[in-house]
Ligand binder design. Structure first.
Ligand code: X90
Length: 276
C-alpha cells in the first residue's frame, strides 16, 4: 500500500519528511486580498499588512476539491483536520473522502477530526508517520492513532482574542464578560474541540507558569512537546527552558505559526501540544 498523510495547514507543518505528506491550505481573507496558507507565503508580511487593513477580515477552509486532489495519489490516506466545531475543514474532508471512495472503492481513507489544531495536530502527524514506518496495516494504524489522539492535548496563551471573537470562533459575550478581549488569556482545546478559557494570568512569567501547571494537572509528565508561536520566539524559548527545568530531558521543538494560526493566535500567541 502506498500511504499518505494529508493535513490542513492549521498544523503549521507545511513540510514533513519521511512519508508522503501534503497540506491543503486554509486562507486568510481581507477585502483586497486572499492569503493562501502555504510554504510560499511570507507570514510576517501578512501580519504587517493585516495591522493596517480596514474592514472585515476572516478565513476560509479548504474545499472538497482541494482535499480530493490532495488525497488522490495514494491508496491509503490519513487526513487530519482542524477541529470540526470551529471550521468546515473536517466536513469538507469527509465529503472528499466519500466522493473519492465512490470513484475508487479499492482505496482506504481515514479522516481524523483533531478536535484541536496547531501543535497538537503536529504530534498526531508525527505519530502517524511512525506507525506507517512500522509497516502496520491500515486498520491497525487507524486503531492506534485514534487511541493516541485521546492522550494528546493543546494549551494556548493568547494576547488577544479579537480575531477569534470577530469571526465567531469564541463566544464574544463570554469573552467580554470574562474581560479577556484586551488581556492575556490561557485556555485549552476542550473535549468538544472548542476554546475553553481558563485563566487570566497577570504578567508573562505567570502565564508560562500557568501553562506548566495546567499541563501537569492534566497528566503531563515529560513526554514530547510541540510549541508554535506567533512572532514570539523569545517567550517560546523561555517556555522550553521552563519545561526542561521542571521535567528534565524532553523531546521538544518549536515552530512559527503559519497563516491560519497566526491570524487567530495573533502576535505574541503561544500554542503547546503535549501528551498526557
Ligand atoms: O474554517 C476556517 O475558516 C478556520 C477557522 C479556525 C478557527 C479557530 C482557529 C484557532 C487557531 C487559536 C488558539 C487555539 C484554539 C484551539 C481550538 C480548539 C489558534
Amino acid at each position: 500500500m502506498n500511504f499518505k498523510i494529508v493535513s490542513d495547514s492549521s498544523s503549521n507543518l507545511l513540510d514533513f519528511s519521511g512519508v508522503p505528506y501534503t497540506t491543503v491550505p486554509l486562507k486568510v481573507i481581507t477585502k483586497e486580498k486572499e492569503y493562501i496558507d502555504d510554504a510560499t507565503l511570507d507570514v510576517a508580511a501578512m501580519m504587517r499588512e493585516l495591522r493596517t487593513v480596514k474592514g472585515r477580515t476572516g478565513t476560509s477552509c479548504p474545499n472538497v476539491l482541494e482535499w480530493k486532489t490532495a488525497m488522490a495519489d495514494a491508496d491509503a490516506v490519513f487526513a487530519l483536520t482542524i477541529t470540526g466545531n470551529l471550521s468546515g475543514a473536517y466536513a469538507a474532508a469527509v465529503q472528499a473522502a466519500s466522493e473519492l471512495l465512490e470513484e475508487h472503492p479499492e482505496k482506504r481513507i481515514c479522516v481524523l477530526n483533531s478536535l484541536s489544531t496547531g501543535p497538537e495536530m503536529q504530534l498526531i502527524i508525527e505519530e502517524l508517520s511512525e506507525l506507517i514506518g512500522k509497516g502496520l496495516s491500515f486498520d491497525e494504524i487507524e486503531a492506534q492513532i485514534r487511541a493516541y489522539m485521546k492522550c494528546t492535548h493543546l494549551i494556548f496563551c493568547l494576547q488577544s482574542l479579537a480575531n477569534l471573537a470577530r469571526n465567531g470562533r469564541v463566544n464574544s459575550v463570554i469573552a467580554k464578560v470574562a474581560g479577556v478581549l484586551g488581556i492575556r488569556v490561557v485556555g485549552v482545546a476542550s473535549a468538544e474541540g472548542t476554546l475553553e478559557l481558563l485563566h487570566k494570568p497577570r504578567g508573562g512569567v505567570k502565564a508560562l507558569e500557568t501553562i506548566l501547571d495546567v499541563m501537569r494537572s492534566n497528566g503531563y509528565c515529560g513526554g514530547p512537546v510541540r510549541v508554535a508561536h506567533c512572532e514570539n520566539e523569545a517567550v517560546a524559548a523561555s517556555l522550553v527552558e521552563r519545561i526542561k527545568a521542571r521535567f528534565g530531558t524532553v523531546d521538544i521543538t518549536v515552530l512559527p505559526t503559519t497563516a491560519l494560526c497566526s491570524f487567530y493566535a495573533e502576535n505574541g500567541g503561544l500554542m503547546v501540544g503535549y501528551e498526557s
